[in-house]
Design a protein around this ligand. Structure first.
Ligand code: 5GP
Length: 196
């Protein structure tokens, strides 16, 4: 069971390439109380990624062992790789901090089963599909094949929008960031009243 204080639990999902990572980094810079839930993954690191900062990079065998030992609150197979949220990490972070989960719709469904927890579920999209493709192509760490795979998952992803509390269009990063700040502030006020 995830421990509960007055801290916020924010889920941020989006198709790859919408700008979720930039937003989570910006949130952590501006609000020192916000910590990213650092997932485990079997995906190889990109050139700009650091083990223990962006992800905990593990082998498939290590990941399978963690599943077997019931170490995850949720996990999913995405683009041939596994991604998961380790219980130990979340429990530790939540003692003192608000937490942001950068996870997909499958993980969101699994976490939503913890009915005693009030997740704020936000889904980010680009203004249109074409813009998404452009952004994916700009990320030079993606191979053409990966761009196609990620782009094609868009249609499956949007079927799950209904599972979210807010759908935000990231047309302009600053505007989108302000909208997220407003959502956070409103929920902070609600939470502090509830737990005072
Ligand atoms: P990427 O490979 O681009 O870093 O991430 C691919 C997808 O995996 C993104 O949609 C991201 O939100 C999702 N993801 C990252 N970590 C987790 C996790 O721990 N659980 C789940 N379910 N999805 C994750």
């Amino acid at each position: 069971m995830i421990p509960r204080g007055g801290n916020l639990l924010i889920i941020l999902s989006s198709p790859s390439g919408v700008g979720k990572t930039t937003i989570t980094k910006k949130l952590q810079q501006k609000y020192s109380n916000f910590k990213l839930s650092i997932s485990h993954t079997t995906r190889p690191p990109r050139s700009n990624e650091v083990d223990g900062v962006d992800y905990h990079f593990v082998s498939k065998d290590q990941f399978k062992k963690l599943i077997k030992d019931n170490e995850f609150y949720e996990y999913a197979k995405i683009f041939e790789n596994y991604y998961g949220t380790r219980k130990k990490n979340v429990d530790q972070t939540l003692k003192k901090n608000d937490i942001i989960f950068d996870i997909d719709w499958q993980g969101t469904k699994q976490l939503s089963q913890f009915k005693n927890l009030n997740f704020i579920k936000i889904y980010l999209i680009t203004p249109n599909k074409n813009e998404l493709k452009l952004r994916l192509l700009k990320r030079d760490e993606n191979t053409k094949e990966e761009v196609e795979k990620r782009f094609n998952s868009f249609d499956e992803d949007i079927k799950h929008w209904n599972d979210y509390d807010y759908i935000l269009i990231n047309k302009n990063l600053e505007t989108c960031f302000k909208q997220i700040e407003q959502i956070i502030n409103t929920n902070k006020i609600k939470n502090s009243q509830f737990f005072s």
